[in-house]
Ligand binder design. Sequence first.
Ligand SMILES: [Zn+2]
Length: 184
Amino acid sequence: MSVLDIRVLGDPVLRQETTPVATVTDEHRQLIDDMFETMRAARGIGLAAPQVGRLERITVIEVDDGSGPIALVNPEIVAREGTIKGEEGCLSIPDVFGDVERAAAVEVQALDRDGRPIMVKGAELLSRCMQHEIDHLHGKLFIDHLSFLKRRAALDEWSRLRDKYPGLVVRPAAAAARHKSTEL
Ligand SMILES: [Zn+2]
């Protein structure tokens, strides 16, 4: 397994639509394993393929709620319930946070690491995380959910921070010293 570079805001790959995976192969499993390792090295709780420069429709999630590591291939939200506001951050926009309104609970249909169909129901952080990651798979970022003024404030903040990321990448090993664990 290897730790991959994480792309940050400004890299066009974060705005691209992903391609559904027709059949889950060993190459996809390798990507999934690398994404888990990268996410853990960066101390995140979710990571989507475009964040490591890939356009397969794949995301990995590991929320500290006992649900364990979850790999989602071609995930789709099939049911949502309620709404709730909560703070979000993103490994691709380090140190920028904002309150985002999301469905309080969701049901997601996907394929697992072995290509078997699964259904994952999530509330609270798992629900938020799945919605955030599925957004990534369609070129959408949490800042897109903010009001005009809050989005502008977040982008201003990012314009001051982005010089810290030459080449628009984060090397997670170097970032592991940071301890904010709510970035997705
Ligand atoms: Zn994110």
